[in-house]
Design a protein around this ligand. Sequence first.
Ligand SMILES: [Ca+2]
Length: 339
Amino acid sequence: MTMQRRAGLFAGTMCLTIILAAGCAGPRLAGNAEARRQHALALANLDDANAVPTLTALLQDDNVLVRRAAVHSLAAHGQPGQNVLHQTLRENADGQTRRMALQILCQQRRPDDCLDILETALTDQPLPVRVYAAALLASELPATGRRQQLLQKASRDEDLAVRSLVMRATWPFHNDTVLLRNRPDWDYDVVVTERHPLPETGWKIAIDDDAQGHTRNWFKPEFDDRSWADIAIAKAWEPQGINHDGFAWYRRTFKAPAKPARLNAAELLFEGVDESAWVWLNGVYIGDHDLGLDGWNLPFSLDVTKLLKWGDDNQLTVRVHDSTMAGGIWKPITLEVLE
Ligand SMILES: [Ca+2]
């Protein structure tokens, strides 16, 4: 470090000490915040006993960019800086500052140590911290048993944002089948030649409060759903005695018609599921309809050409999520034969 820079930093430290001693009272100009931010950044390189206390004081700054700079600079100050960051993660009044402390603490650690920090972060912490911890768990860390445990913990978080983040990242089912009418190589009109409505009664339903039904094999044809409640489709679940917002699963086995002499595709048309749906036929995931609140009244089709057993029993499972008001498979489902 040059003498000139040292002198500049010293002057900055003095100015800041005066500002802090004055209690940071009164409104500040944006320029002042920028000066404090620059000062916090410069303290990363200053080997001085006052650097950590000054940065610790800057963690209470009312400007988020100043607090962020202080967090980053503390990380450069070895164990004393780390100790302050751990304390910040536990105690800082501002959720964003805690989140930044978590971010930088995890960046500097081996994955196992980071998991220790994340476990703390997922418990009794403000929402920004839990969201960041869940995102980090879901995306960047090696897939170990411990990580899976923590993901399970996050999947039961009281806040939907945390649960959804983990669920999207860990959702193990995918289907890329393109509907006939959307296939770029299909240059013909698509005509529905047969319609076979599925039975509206005789369905089974179970509430999935922890959103773990798929890990309990609720989509498998051989799953025993006899203990589930009876329900009908083509009407919401509330009028049928289920006052529920959240996940619930429908199951039914239906008999498919004989195979048509000619067909190019077969699809299940869902005329309305309030509000999101994930669907399996004969234990195979065939796709979803997940547009959030906007999806409740929009029909959608899923291809079953290769999976449907013509003239035989077929097991259909629909996982439904409803976030507000009425919910469920509130309109009919129809098997359509396309030519
Ligand atoms: Ca709804």
